[in-house]
Design a protein around this ligand. Structure first.
Ligand SMILES: CC(C)(COP(=O)(O)OP(=O)(O)OC[C@H]1O[C@@H](n2cnc3c(N)ncnc32)[C@H](O)[C@@H]1OP(=O)(O)O)[C@@H](O)C(=O)NCCC(=O)NCCS
Length: 377
């Protein structure tokens, strides 16, 4: 009797030293360090390098990596033109997928898959994802692309390229924390997809394009945008309770809650909630925040026993909205952070590569024979 692991649940196909998750306790660590410490003390740049190299960098290594990211922020003119020529109204995840694939056409090193080449390309892509996403946003809004600056942090430069205005230190730091929280998350669907592609000895651009496609779906990266759709549909805090109760009674899914691994609070959602609360206390509680507070209470009361709690996507949208980012860009921002985890995981797996080739239980017919077209009904 074959046991089918639906959704590959519980299937362990490789080892990794990058990320540990204990879903029952709500624990997430990178290189053994709790996510709360990364969020409080580190930066996206440092976490990206730590993931790529599998250890905390020295100050010198970090400065070198930071300089390499800055030096690689600009995108080729041909890619900028492709982004300008994209049809109006496309979803930015479609645009990102196409742009990253095209970037591979412009990189003479694209097909190299040695560990050194994979790492060099990773640094370029970590730097350029943010420029691509900002350029898509600008051109889709009918505005000129804003060239990157090299005197801003990765997070600050992205916000600058989006709006053309230099963000405050607080805005940059808030966005940086959001990037840290999303940089890696173990063997999720998009990381697995990137690894599956790399396991065929395919190139980094193909790996990242595949991963973007996997992240795009509403059960994975697309959930943060779906949360904002839900908040917009609810509209006012006093409507939240009836809306959620009705959905739960009809066994409909609430976006931003539940997780394949966490059966407790997702620790990232706690960090984001604290920041959302901080902004709410400073600037007055937004409708969004009040609605989320109500939903969280109902979910914990009614679904907590089943292990359904708010996940990372629950509060991220309000934080991004406060930064003036449109909801269509929430999933691309997820990609802009997760690129580090994707690259690091591909590099780690490549060191001990084996072609991924799972199996499916055959439940179709047997002993059949070919019927000519003319004899078929
Ligand atoms: C993430 C997700 C796909 C995980 O799914 P899963 O591990 O397969 O969870 P299950 O579907 O087994 O859920 C177990 C039970 O909780 C319920 N449940 C799970 N997620 C729920 C949600 N978001 N809203 C309401 N009920 C939910 C299921 O209906 C199921 O109920 P049942 O026992 O009565 O059948 C799922 O929780 C979901 O769709 N969440 C919304 C999308 C989202 O926020 N995704 C981002 C993840 S970071």
């Amino acid at each position: 009797m074959t046991t089918i692991a639906k959704g590959l649940e519980g299937v362990v196909f490789t080892e990794s030293k990058l990320t540990f998750i204990n879903g029952t306790e709500g624990v997430l660590t990178h290189l053994g360090i709790p996510i709360q410490e990364w969020a409080e003390k580190s930066t996206f740049e440092e976490l990206s390098l730590a993931l790529l190299d599998g250890e905390l960098p020295t100050a010198e290594e970090l400065a070198k990596f930071d300089a390499a990211l800055k030096a690689n922020r600009a995108i080729p003119d041909q890619l900028a033109q492709l982004i300008r020529d994209m049809p109006k109204g496309v979803h930015p995840m479609q645009a990102l997928r196409t742009a990253v694939s095209y970037l591979g056409l412009l990189d003479p090193q694209a097909e190299e898959i040695t560990p050194e080449a994979r790492r060099t390309i990773s640094v370029r892509m970590i730097a350029q994802f943010s420029t691509i996403i900002a350029a898509v946003n600008r051109t889709q809004e009918g505005q000129d692309i804003v060239a990157p600056r090299t005197d801003l942090t990765h997070a600050g430069n992205f916000l600058y390229m989006l709006s053309g205005k230099e963000p405050t230190a607080e805005q940059s730091r808030l966005f940086d924390i959001a990037l840290v929280l999303h940089a890696d998350h173990g063997m999720n669907a998009s990381t697995f997809t990137a690894i599956a592609t790399s396991s065929t000895l395919s190139d980094m651009y193909s790996c990242m394009t595949s991963a973007i496609g996997a992240l795009k779906g509403p059960l994975h990266g697309g959930a943060n945008e779906a949360v904002m759709d839900m908040l917009d549909e609810i509209g006012r805090p006093e409507k939240a309770e009836a809306y959620i109760i009705q959905k739960l009674d009809h066994k409909e899914k609430i976006m931003g809650v539940g997780h394949r691994v966490y059966k407790n609070f997702d620790p990232r959602s706690r960090v984001l909630r604290d920041y959302a609360e901080h902004v709410a206390n400073k600037e007055g509680k937004s409708n969004y925040y009040q609605i989320l507070e109500t939903i969280e209470k109902i979910i914990v009361d009614r679904m907590g026993a089943k292990g359904i709690y708010p996940n990372v996507d629950f509060y991220s949208g309000t934080v991004y909205s406060d930064l003036g980012i449109k909801k269509e860009y929430f999933t691309p921002i997820f990609a802009l952070a997760r690129i580090s985890g994707w690259c690091a995981s591909v590099i780690e797996y490549s060191q001990n590569n084996r072609l991924l080739r799972p199996d499916a239980e055959y439940t179709g017919q047997t002993d059949q024979h070919y019927t000519d077209l003319k004899d078929r009904k």
